[in-house]
Design a protein. Structure first.
Length: 191
């Protein structure tokens, strides 16, 4: 990743943004059934592209099974039962219409930002434990601060040939409403 924030901002401003319309998938632990599309977790905890308190972010995936795999990373259940999925997660979809997506799955975008698949999917928690921002978190912050990027499409750590999408809630003008839930599921508020 470009080392200096000023240079990274400049490079980001020259990267073409793409659009994406359609469903995205999210998997949430059962204890959060009343707030499936909540962004509170991104405000309270560090994540791959956001530090706690930086911005309201919704982490989603292009694939329902990948959404669940992403959430299960590092969970005690997954470590105790490798390959098993817990029944305490709810996976749903949300339809989006995004016009300003930073697509990190394209090699030319990675090249422009001087990053690569290893850096985008690498371990970020160890850097945070040392009090440092991971390169992906710097990029997420700068993309959010640009006020031009609505979302970041990025390669999955668990399946790098597939993609996830981080949506900056404050950059999306239409409400994101959970869909694909059972008929008797508790009512959900839009984002």
């Amino acid at each position: 990743m470009i080392r200096h924030d000023t240079d990274l901002r400049h490079a980001l401003s020259g990267v073409p943004l793409s659009s994406w319309t359609g469903p995205l998938h999210r998997s949430v632990a059962g204890r959060y059934l009343r707030s499936l599309a909540s962004v509170r977790g991104s405000l309270k905890a560090d994540n791959r592209y956001t530090r706690a308190g930086t911005c309201a972010a919704l982490y989603t995936s292009h694939y329902p099974d990948l959404a669940l795999l992403e959430v299960m990373q590092g969970s005690t259940f997954n470590e105790a039962f490798p390959g098993a999925t817990s029944a305490v997660h709810v996976t749903f979809n949300v339809r989006v219409d995004l016009t300003d997506v930073l697509d990190l799955t394209h090699g030319d975008v990675q090249e422009a930002l001087e990053t690569n698949l290893q850096e985008l999917t690498g371990e970020w928690k160890a850097m945070n434990a040392r009090g440092l921002d991971a390169p992906t978190q710097r990029l997420g912050r700068i993309a959010f601060e640009s006020r031009q990027v609505q979302a970041i499409r990025y390669p999955s750590r668990v399946q790098p040939h597939r993609a996830n999408m981080l949506i900056f809630k404050d950059r999306v003008s239409t409400p994101l409403v959970p869909a694909g839930l059972p008929r008797d599921f508790p009512d959900q508020e839009p984002l």
